[in-house]
Design a protein around this ligand. Structure first.
Ligand code: LRH
Ligand code: MN
Length: 384
């Protein structure tokens, strides 16, 4: 069992987000931190540290225009030199004044054309970087009843999505992200998994849904959504983070490690570890050091996955078939209550890595180096 489990854990591939290495915060304050990158090249260097110490974070998601560069092919080559690759390309149609009343759903056709042009430019960037995944999140929505026509906005959204779908090349796909609310506070045009799923189903196999674990109403059973989308072949990936209240974007597994375990169990149960599901982090380290925050997050996903892989599936199936409620629950809890840290430390040692990535990074002197080097220039951030 251990060999398969170790093989599955070695194959686990967690993608870190470029924006997690920049400054971030809330509308109240964005606290600047020493050593923060000033450009996408430095962000990639920091992401490479996370991969160097964990061994399972080989790609970095970019966000456009936050990671805009003159030559995306050159940026991708730089990533390769650092030992990482370019992952999902994230579009951004939520920060331009033109998008106050929406981007692809805006009543004004000129604004819709502007938004679509950006989405198509992101596919060009996929071509230039070798990325196979476009991630689409729309902040589009309304704040007051009557502000706009809910159905007409869905028509506009569908029109834009099919134009992007038609532009996708061989081996490329887009992941549509839903979010209950914020920045819109009455309607959000892609508010839940059902809306995202329906649009993707209508479009075809290159359109899948991304589950951001911070984008649900309190109390929503996210692992049910995961199980359902996997059954439909429509789970394209995760934006992992955790929250106590709303879209807090805290470290995945920090607020609710049991929920992360339940989610990863549904992934394992459905064979989702080897089904092209993207395990991406989408987090903001507002007050904690950013590279260690990413390393800890990657370790949290590894631990939840290892526990999910430890579930005694035969015993569980037998208890479920026999209506043994407590027995079935106990099988899952036994796996969850197993300390998998020694196993993961062993796995790292076998891969020639330090058993404790956090300690190894702290001892590496990398932070001291970047804090000394990265003086002057403008620290990266996304203005929030
Ligand atoms: C929206 C979101 C989306 C990203 C942004 C950084 O809340 O989750 O995935 O574009 O955060
Ligand atoms: Mn997200």
């Amino acid at each position: 069992m251990t060999t398969d489990l170790k093989a599955a854990l070695r194959a686990l591939h967690i993608e870190t987000p470029s924006w997690a290495y920049g400054n971030s915060g809330t509308r109240f304050k964005v606290f600047a931190q020493r050593g923060v990158p000033r450009d996408p090249y430095e962000k990639l260097a920091d992401a490479a540290q996370v991969h160097a110490h964990t061994g399972v974070a080989p790609t970095v998601a970019l966000h456009i225009p936050w990671d805009k560069v003159a030559d995306y092919g050159h940026l991708a080559a730089h990533a390769r030199e650092l030992g990482v690759g370019i992952g999902a390309i994230n579009s951004n149609v939520f920060q331009d004044d033109a998008y106050m009343l929406g981007s692809v759903t805006n009543p004004d056709p000129a604004v819709r054309r502007k938004a679509l042009a950006h989405l198509l430019e992101c596919v060009d960037i996929m071509d230039a970087t070798g990325s196979a995944t476009l991630k689409l999140w729309f902040s589009d929505g309304t704040n007051y009843p009557g502000q706009d026509d809910i159905r007409a906005r869905q028509d506009r959204l569908a029109e834009a999505l099919s134009a992007v779908y038609a532009r996708l090349g061989e081996g490329q796909r887009f992941l549509l992200e839903y979010k209950l609310f914020e920045p819109a506070f009455y309607t959000t045009d892609v508010p839940d998994w059902g809306t995202a799923y329906a649009h993707c189903l209508r479009l075809g196999p290159k359109a899948q849904v991304v589950v951001d674990t911070g984008h649900h109403a309190p109390g929503v059973n996210i692992e049910f959504i995961v199980a359902f989308l996997l059954r439909e072949g429509k789970l394209g990936g995760f934006d992992f983070n955790s929250r106590f209240y709303a879209d807090d974007d805290l470290m995945v597994g920090a607020a609710d490690p049991f929920q992360l375990f339940r989610i990863m169990y549904e992934v394992v149960r459905a064979g989702g570890l080897a089904a092209g599901v993207a395990f991406m982090l989408d987090q903001c380290h507002n007050i904690e050091p950013k590279i260690p925050g990413q390393i800890r997050s990657v370790m949290n996903v590894q631990e939840a996955t290892a526990k999910a892989l430890l579930v005694d599936r035969d015993a569980l199936a037998a208890a479920q078939a026999g209506g043994d409620v407590l027995g079935a629950n106990a099988v899952l809890m036994d796996a969850y209550n197993t300390d998998v840290r020694p196993l993961l430390a062993e796995l790292r040692a076998e891969a020639g890595l330090a058993p404790d990535p956090m300690a190894a990074y702290a001892k590496s002197g990398y932070f001291e180096k970047i804090a000394a080097e990265r003086v002057g220039g403008t620290q990266a951030g996304w203005g929030a």
